[in-house]
Design a binder for this molecule. Structure first.
Ligand code: FAD
Ligand code: COM
Length: 521
């Protein structure tokens, strides 16, 4: 049993927290950090197991409703995988990819350095992340303790004893309810050679990369993480091959938008092997990756590389709860919950990635809050649906609602407003374009983005929107809310645009809205 550090009486500044988290991570200390109010003798309404997005937001809400809540996390910080291994490194790498695409496009022109033949090192970027991530960690701890008044135990593995009891470092805690917010981890396929040096997942890349990868990256998977990290590897100047079991980037349903996104990736040199599967990873005498064999419809393709990135999905951290509590799991081992976030045991809730897709922050946080409300007696239901979505290529790709094909299946009179419009030059037109795209607009118009608004011409309601470029993602959060509430072309036409803005939806609508029987544009 390690000696616990009690911090309840201590005020820790953000800087102090950062030192503390840095020190704990670097030393590998196993001393738990206790922040529990000794003067509150109420029973805990809930223990949140896991203090990531789902646990931290749920616990904060429960406390705000007047309840008593404890969070337990095995990391020395709150916030979970997002700032440590997931969204934050993803956004750093995607920022680098966007910046590097700009630098390569303008290599040797204007003030841009010569980039031809240059490979950018990945390792220093990973190291930069590793040293910088404790800033957000410190912020989450400070906010949780000093501003939200949360009670927590950090740097300690939680062991479930029964549906009301948790054991941490030899101490037991009782609660009326348990909320399992244990998250998920990358799936690692069982193929020969998977243990070789040079095989990484999104987690191990940021924790363990200690050799600079060579000139070829093989990415296994065609989903968000595969494409996002693949575009980063490609932008650093490496040959990058995406190996997708079916289609790459299937989540972007609009065929024309997807075609633009894929074309722009191909023009950056990305290669795609679709309907293909990782077969064997071959190593050299030192135990390092040497060649990867991919099974394709045309036979085995061998690729020489020392760097394989696995991104084929996530699996729930549900083993312990399945064993100790005997909870019902689905066929992929995600914990089954009803719309109140209750598992098969009524006082045990599960929230966030541990309950399965969509694996997104808003869903984790909202599920955490939904459980809190139910625990505090406010009946609440949640099921993620009709949400806006996004991912990165070298661009930011945002979408909401239906694709054009889906809309045509549902509505008889679909109208499309898009940029560039259908025209003989294809994509080779300098619109859209907006912030961060003006250089492309002038010099490489085809790279200036793509966007589409899909409208039911009869009701005049917006039913779908897609934007590929930069800067529109923020707006999609709000646009989706309006679309769900029946936003029409006329409503959009009446809004005030901040011209030039990256999505031209408002002005396109205003140009068309005067015509009762408007046409595509
Ligand atoms: P987590 O944040 O993983 O929290 C689970 C917590 O449980 C962890 O802190 C862990 O330490 C703790 N824990 C587990 N077992 C125990 C135990 N036995 N005892 C104590 N503690 C335990 N989503 C977005 O919305 N935007 C993005 O840009 C985005 N990018 C992503 C990029 C990548 C590479 C990945 C993999 C995911 C990304 N996601 C993104 C998804 C997002 O990160 C997750 O949906 C979100 O972090 C899930 O939160 P959670 O609270 O359910 O799980
Ligand atoms: C964000 C982590 S990086 S949390 O959702 O605010 O806890």
């Amino acid at each position: 049993m390690a000696t616990a550090i009690d911090i309840w009486e201590n005020y820790l500044t953000i800087a102090k927290w950062q030192d503390f988290v840095n020190g704990t991570l670097e030393s590998g200390s196993s001393s738990p950090i206790f922040n529990i109010n000794p003067n509150d003798d109420r029973e805990f309404d809930a223990i949140y197991l896991g203090g990531g997005a789902a646990g931290r937001f749920g616990a904060a809400y429960l406390r705000a409703m007047g309840g008593r809540v404890l969070i337990i996390d095995r990391w020395p910080f709150l916030g979970g995988s997002c700032p440590h291994q997931a969204c934050v490194p993803h956004h750093l790498f995607s920022d680098c990819a966007a910046q590097l695409m700009l630098e390569r496009t303008f290599s040797g022109q204007l003030w841009f350095q010569e980039m031809i033949g240059k490979t950018v090192s990945i390792k220093p970027i990973v190291e930069l992340f590793r040293s910088g991530r404790t800033g957000p960690h410190a912020m989450m701890n400070y906010q949780s303790k000093e501003q939200l008044g949360l009670e927590f135990v950090l740097n300690a593995e939680a062991k479930i004893i029964d549906a009301h009891t948790i054991q941490v470092n030899g101490s037991q805690f009782q609660a009326k309810n348990l909320v399992l917010a244990l998250g998920a981890k990358p799936i690692v396929p069982d193929v020969p050679g998977i243990q070789l040096q040079g095989v990484f997942t999104s987690q191990s890349l940021v924790e363990k990369l200690d050799d600079e990868p060579g000139n070829t990256a093989v990415v296994i998977g065609g989903g968000k993480t595969a494409i996002e990290y693949g575009c980063f590897f490609n932008a650093t100047g490496r040959r990058t091959i995406i190996v997708a079991r079916h289609q790459a980037m299937p989540m972007l349903k609009d065929a024309e938008s997807r075609a633009y996104a894929i074309l722009m990736m191909e023009e950056q040199g990305m290669e795609f092997l679709e309907n293909a599967e990782l077969s064997v990873i071959h190593g050299d005498a030192q135990g390092k990756v040497k060649t990867v064999s991919i099974k394709t419809a045309g036979g085995i393709v061998n690729i020489d590389t020392d760097f394989v990135f696995i991104a084929i999905g996530e699996q729930a951290n549900s083993e312990q709860v399945a064993q100790t509590l005997g909870l019902e799991l689905d066929d992929k081992s995600f914990i089954k919950v009803n719309r109140r976030m209750q598992t098969s045991i009524a006082n045990v809730y599960a929230v966030g990635d541990v309950t399965g897709p969509p694996m997104e922050m808003f869903k984790a946080r909202k599920e955490g809050v939904c459980a809190a409300k139910n625990i505090m007696g406010q009946a609440s239901e949640y099921k993620a649906a009709d949400y806006p979505d996004f991912m990165h290529t070298h661009y930011e790709v945002s979408w909401l609602g239906l694709s054009e094909t889906q809309a045509r299946q549902r509505y008889a009179n679909v109208k499309i407003l898009k940029l560039p419009p259908d025209n003989p030059n294809g994509f080779d037109v300098g619109l859209p374009a907006g912030d961060r795209m003006m250089l492309y607009l002038m010099a490489k118009p085809r790279m200036s983005g793509f966007q589409k608004l899909i409208i039911d011409g009869d009701t005049r309601k917006i039913v779908g929107a897609i934007h590929i470029g930069y800067g529109a993602k923020d707006g999609f959060q709000y646009l989706n809310y309006l679309v769900k509430n029946g936003l029409t072309i006329d409503d959009l036409a009446d809004m005030d645009e901040l011209f030039i803005s990256p999505s031209y939806f408002i002005q396109l609508c205003r140009l068309r809205a005067g015509d009762i029987h408007f046409n595509d544009m």
